[in-house]
Write a protein that binds this ligand. Sequence first.
Ligand SMILES: Nc1ncnc2c1ncn2[C@@H]1O[C@H](COP(=O)(O)OP(=O)(O)O)[C@@H](O)[C@H]1O
Ligand SMILES: [Mg+2]
Length: 444
Amino acid sequence: MLQYQVILPMPHRKQIKFINSRAPRKIIRAGRRAGKTVGMAILAVLAFREGKRVLYGAPTTDQVERFWAEVTRALAEPIAAGLFRKNETRHTIDVDDKHDQRIRAKTCWNADTLRGDYADLLILDEWQLMDENAWELVGAPMLLDNNGDAVFVYTPPSLHSRSVSKARDPQHAAKMFKRAEADESGRWAAFHFTSHENPYISRDALSDLTHDMTSLAYRMEIEAEDIDEAPGALWTREIIDAHRVMKAPDLDWIVVGVDPSATSTGDECGIVTVGRKGKELYVLSDNSLQGSPAVWARAVCDAYHYWEADQVVAESNQGGEMVELTIHTADPSIPVRLVHASRGKQPRAEPVSAHYEHGHVHHIGNFPALENELCLWLPGDASPNRLDALVWAARMLGVGTDSRVSVRSLDDYKKDKEELTEKEAVKRQEEHLVGLLEGDEAWN
Ligand SMILES: Nc1ncnc2c1ncn2[C@@H]1O[C@H](COP(=O)(O)OP(=O)(O)O)[C@@H](O)[C@H]1O
Ligand SMILES: [Mg+2]
């Protein structure tokens, strides 16, 4: 047995708990800067010392570098002595090509980025931001040969955190945590701790981190509480679920709502398509994405054509005419209506949420990311982009305008002129509604 010194940070109380756990599946829910990544580095080095093959994955290079810095520091002495090889570009520490023993750190966020490896210990850090399919499709299979272990680490993602997420369902980690807690087979263990429980982070550093957080974000990201519905939110899971349907009827009018993102690296661009049949609204798709203007404009045009929509309605607060130009660069044939948000988000969103409460809005299938925003957004906080896109589309379809001026039904229009076709009546109604929408926004 080779003798060498490994210098590890002294784990804090909560880190000791999961380090000592022998459960083959662990899930750790902890606040920002609670010591998750350092805890994983300790875990990885201990497993490596037992001869194991460790794969650490995180969705950002930033996280990977932090983990890498910890493990290379811990193993600096044996690496310097030539007992282990270190490859800085591949982020690997191993013995030689013949041994499985290894630590590898890698950016991964979906199944494809995780492929092509096997391990005794797989660690997925910032798991809430990863595409959950990564585990089922690639993660679990790669552990099969050696009956390996897996560790999932996450912080409940509030709307405040603008991290780019590849999660299909923003609540997927929370759901896994609940299943782990309910497990009685001993296979799963669940751990929870807050940012305050890390004795190595100063009060000042913590207050820097939290100074612009809403109380909801604080509960989620610092106290690491899983919350899927905020008290005081305008939408509830129950209402959305109660009126969900699998299929839309033939629709009179379809609108793609767009809330453009200001930058290609920051916010997502909200792209939500909604159709209307009489009083009923049908949410058809959520194609929101994070990308350059050319990328989101393409997605807007795709949604427009896919649904054979009548109109695109886009908020022009950020970028003004650029928004229209961007969409028209992708496809000049698309009718774009620009709307300017002059009044508050809350008065704009409230009639839409009321329309849900009255049972008139139906989601066609599930839109986990959109529904998450609806049920977590508190009026007064910065509003998220999917929600905004939905609200614009719904208002364009007449929601919130009929409270002040009654909207005439299609039949009313048809009665005006006997020979008016269905299509012409829809057109008249549309013109009328657009007038209302614009007037409504202009008054305030
Ligand atoms: N056991 C420990 N010993 C010394 N410092 C630690 C320890 N655990 C965490 N820290 C420090 O606390 C801060 C946050 O740790 P980190 O693991 O990056 O948190 P998280 O991954 O939860 O955001 C870092 O500055 C880190 O160096
Ligand atoms: Mg971390």
